[in-house]
Every structure is written in C-alpha cells, then in structure tokens.
Write a protein that binds this ligand. Structure first.
Ligand code: DAU
Length: 311
C-alpha cells in the first residue's frame, strides 16, 4: 500500500494489518514515479483509492487536487503500463456527472463537474480511458456515491455531525439543508469495488449507488435523534459555492455483475454512530491539531452568522 500520509492519511487505521503482515506499507506519493515503481513492482493489480477528496478544500485551493488526482493517476497508469499490470481499478465518484435535477446518470452520461475536486476526478478518469485506448492498460473505473462508516475522516458530513454532537457543538448545515446524497455504507462500496476488480470488463465504467437519497437535514436530524440531542443544535450556514443539489446514478450494470447493497441506511447509520461513540480517542486525535485549525478558520464566521434551525 502506497500512501503519502497527508492530513487525511492515518497509519493508525491500518496498524493491525501492517503488524499482522497482511499489508506492506510504503510512504510515498502517487505523483512520484520512483515511489510508484517501488510500490508497484511485483503487483498483479492496482486499486487507485488515493485522492484529494474534500470538495470544500478544493474550492479553497485546487492545485493539490490536480497534482494528486490527475498527475498522480497519470503516473500510476504510466508505471502500470511499463510493468504490465493485469488490472487497474480507478476509484472515482458520482460527482463527475455533476448535479442531477431528477435524472439518473448512466455510465454513458456526459461529464459535467460542478467543482474543482470533481473536475480533477474527471481528469483522472479520462486519463484512465486514454491509457486503455492507447496502451491497452486494463483499466476499469468505479463511480461511487457518498460513502459513510467507521474510520471516515471527520471533515466529511456524517462524521463531522456525529462528533460535533458528542462534543456538544453546533452542526453546520449548508444552505437550506435540502441537498440530497445517496449514502452507501463503506462495506457495500468495497464489495462492489472488489467485484469490479475481479469480474469487470477492461475499458468499462461501473456506477455504484444504492438508489435512495436523503436530504442533509433528514440525516442531521437522525444523527441528533440517535445521540439524544435537540434539533436546535443544527445551524443553517452560508451555502457551499457551486453546491451540487443531488447525485443520482443508475447502477444496473453493477446489478448485472451480481452486486447489491446489503445495508439499510438507518441500521448502517446506527452502527456508524456507535463506532464513533466507541472510538472517541481515535477521532479526538484526528480532530486535534491541523484539523482544529481548518475547522476554526473555515466554520467560525459562518457559524456566527448562521441561523439556528427552527428559529
Ligand atoms: O458523492 C461522492 C463524493 O462524496 C466523493 O467523491 C467525495 O470525495 C466526498 O467528499 C463526498 O462529497 P460531498 O461533497 O457530497 O460530501 P460531504 O461529506 O462534504 O458533504 C455531504 C453533504 O453535506 C453535501 O451536500 C454538503 C453537506 N455538508 C457538508 C459539510 C462538510 C454540510 O451541510 N455541512 C458540512 O459541514
């Protein structure tokens, strides 16, 4: 496993796997050919999960997204070609299709990225398609909807709202809170990715979605209910710039491969809330230091100007 251990990386998450000998860890960047060669030598397959992923950060500064998500993917593909890798799985996102106003995107839908993060993921996907066409690198692309579950970084909506609730803080909900996301439990997503890695057809794209979207306000209320906190903890704050309203994908191609999500949203959210309750040391460490600084600068003013839900 190759990881640059940026702010989002955390060796603690895989410590047991490394100690047990199931994962060999190499610190390095996917945008550095030398690091990539060291990591890829002797491999049959490559799964590219490495990315800058947080939309809000890409709105503040997009350069690192282009470096990792476009140049990094290009570097991986180039080395994969050189070493004759037998399978290259590019992990992508529903965000490449842009916002939906009710229509379900298929794998053939046009790419209409709505923010710098999504655009950089489009760049990586297109590079994958180009390497398949030009060099016959056996690339498959997965496009997943919003993940949630244990170990998710606290910058993301669900862990941020769970941990803020536990800490007794307000929940910063963007805009009118009616934006919708199709939440997929991380284990369902991983099962789908594994299936595409083993059974998918080279050169193809696979949408991975559950097909049941929830408005953010509904998810925020459910988190508060599960933790026994009042709805007044929600603060409606200034909206994210260019905020995509909804992502909807047709994932029948995954169905044809034999995949179906196994987790129901409410049950999986209950499990996730329980995980964050049981692993307070872990998220308190993640929330300290650099993240605290980011949180304070990004949210402080917005929260001050925000409107308490229900007022
Ligand atoms: O759709 C897949 C994508 O899901 C992935 O490709 C991205 O890497 C991942 O970050 C995620 O993007 P989103 O922007 O949808 O996720 P995020 O957790 O940032 O936000 C989910 C929704 O919650 C979105 O409508 C914005 C809203 N939100 C988010 C944060 C962090 C808030 O209202 N307040 C917040 O503080």
């Amino acid at each position: 496993m190759l990881d640059a251990l940026t702010y989002a990386g955390n060796l603690e998450n895989i410590a047991r796997l490394v100690e047990g000998g199931r994962v060999k860890f190499i610190k390095g960047s996917i945008a550095e050919a030398a690091d990539v060669k060291t990591a890829m030598k002797g491999c049959e397959a490559v799964f590219n999960f490495a990315a800058e992923t947080h939309v809000d950060r890409s709105i503040q500064e997009g350069g690192t997204f282009i470096k990792t998500d476009v140049l990094g993917t290009y570097t991986l593909l180039r080395v994969a070609h050189e070493l004759g890798i037998e399978r290259f799985v590019q992990i992508s996102t529903d965000e490449v299709y842009g916002s939906s106003s009710g229509e379900y995107f298929t794998e053939a839908s046009p790419l209409r990225p709505g923010n710098p993060y999504a655009a950089s993921k489009c760049g990586g996907d297109l590079m994958g398609a180009a390497f398949f066409n030009t060099f016959e690198v056996p690339v498959v692309i997965t496009r997943s909807s919003n993940n949630f579950g244990p170990y998710q970084h606290v910058e993301k909506f669900i862990p941020l709202f769970i941990t803020n609730t536990i800490e007794g803080k307000d929940l910063p909900l963007y805009g009118d809170g009616k934006h919708e996301r199709d939440w997929i439990y991380v284990e369902d997503n991983c099962a789908a990715i594994e299936l595409v890695g083993t059974q998918g057809t080279a050169g193809e794209i696979y949408n991975i979605a559950v097909g049941s979207s929830h408005p953010n306000i509904e998810v925020a209320e459910l988190i508060l209910e599960l933790l026994g906190a009042p709805k007044s903890r929600i603060k409606l704050i200034e909206d994210r710039k260019g905020h995509d309203r909804a992502y909807l994908m047709d994932s029948s191609k995954m169905g044809a491969l034999g995949w179906q999500p196994r987790h129901q949203f409410r049950n999986a959210l209950e499990k996730t809330v329980q995980w964050y309750k049981d692993n307070e040391d872990w998220w308190r460490r993640v929330k300290s230091g650099a993240f605290r600084e980011y949180y304070d600068t990004y949210y402080k003013e917005k929260l001050k100007k925000g409107k308490r839900y229900g007022d």
